[in-house]
Ligand binder design. Structure first.
Ligand code: ADP
Ligand code: MG
Length: 233
C-alpha cells in the first residue's frame, strides 16, 4: 500500500457530485503535481483530504501511512501530519507571531517574514506576503504530507521561485502534492509524477511531466486522456 492511497473516491457538496471515483497513489517523499482546468475538482480534493465536513465522501477510501482516514476529523488528520496551503486563506485578527507561537515551538527563520510577524494575519497582506505567511505556518507545523493549492496564483515569477526554493529546502524529504492550473511551478518543483484531473477524475498520470505540460499547452487538457500513448509513463 502506498503512503497516501486514494481509492475510487467520490464526494458530494450540497448534493452535487464533484470527485468521481478518483484514484491516486503517492509514495513517501515523492512530489506530485495535480493539473487541471477550472472547476475540475482540484481544491475539492484538498478539502476532502483535509477532512472538511461539507465535503461528503459517498464512496471509496483514503489511506494514509497505513491508516484508513476516510472518516477521520480534521484535527486527527493534522496530528498525522497532513497540512494544506489554501488558495484564499482568510484574514484573522491575530498577529502572525502569536499564531506561529500557538501552532508550534519550532521557530522558522525566513527571509522576508520579519516584517510580517507584527501584523495581523492576511490583513492587507499582498498576494506574495499571504503565500509566504501560509507557507511559514505550514513549515512550522513540521508536517509529513503537504498539499499546496495554487501556489503560483498571484505570485510573480521571482517570488514563485523564492517560495518554491524555500519549500524545497524546508520540506525536503516530505511528501508533497502541488495543485495548479498553470505550469510555471512545474519547472521549479520537477515533480516525480504529474496528474491531470478533469470532471473529478484523474485522466492521466505520468512521470513525464514535461510531455504532459507540453500537451496541455499545445492541445489542451482534453488531449491528455490516454497519456500512456505519448508519455511512456
Ligand atoms: P478547482 O479547484 O479544480 O478549480 P473546485 O474543487 O474548486 O475546482 O470546484 C469543483 C466544482 O465544485 C465546481 O463546479 C465548484 O463550483 C463546485 N464546488 C466546490 N465547492 C463548492 C461548494 N462549497 N458549494 C457548491 N459547489 C461547490
Ligand atoms: Mg481550486
Amino acid at each position: 500500500m502506498s503512503y497516501l492511497s486514494i481509492k475510487d473516491l467520490s464526494t458530494e457538496i450540497d448534493g452535487k457530485g464533484i470527485l468521481n471515483k478518483l484514484n491516486l497513489n503517492i509514495e513517501k517523499g515523492e512530489t506530485h503535481v495535480l493539473l487541471g482546468p477550472n472547476a475540475s475538482g482540484k481544491s475539492t480534493l484538498l478539502y476532502t483530504l483535509m477532512g472538511f465536513p461539507d465535503y461528503k465522501v459517498k464512496e471509496g477510501s483514503i489511506t494514509f501511512d497505513d491508516k484508513d482516514i476516510t472518516e477521520l476529523e480534521i484535527e486527527d488528520r493534522s496530528k498525522l501530519g497532513i497540512a494544506g496551503v489554501y488558495q484564499n486563506p482568510p484574514a484573522i485578527n491575530v498577529k502572525l507571531s502569536k499564531l506561529l507561537e500557538k501552532i508550534s515551538d519550532k521557530k522558522v527563520e525566513l527571509q522576508g517574514i520579519e516584517g510580517l510577524l507584527d501584523r495581523e494575519v492576511n490583513v492587507g497582506f499582498s498576494g506574495g506576503e499571504r503565500k509566504l505567511s501560509e507557507v511559514v505556518q505550514v513549515i512550522s507545523l513540521d508536517p509529513n504530507f503537504i498539499i499546496l493549492d495554487e501556489l503560483d496564483a498571484g505570485l510573480d515569477v521571482v517570488n514563485l521561485e523564492k517560495l518554491s526554493n524555500l519549500i524545497k529546502e524546508e520540506l525536503s524529504g516530505k511528501t508533497i502534492l502541488l495543485i495548479t492550473h498553470r505550469g510555471r511551478a512545474l519547472k521549479f518543483f520537477e515533480p516525480d509524477y504529474a496528474h491531470v484531473m478533469m470532471d473529478g477524475q484523474i485522466i492521466c498520470s505520468s512521470k513525464n511531466w514535461k510531455k504532459i505540460w507540453q500537451t496541455i499547452e499545445e492541445d489542451g487538457y482534453e488531449k491528455c486522456k490516454n497519456c500512456e500513448l505519448y508519455t511512456n509513463r
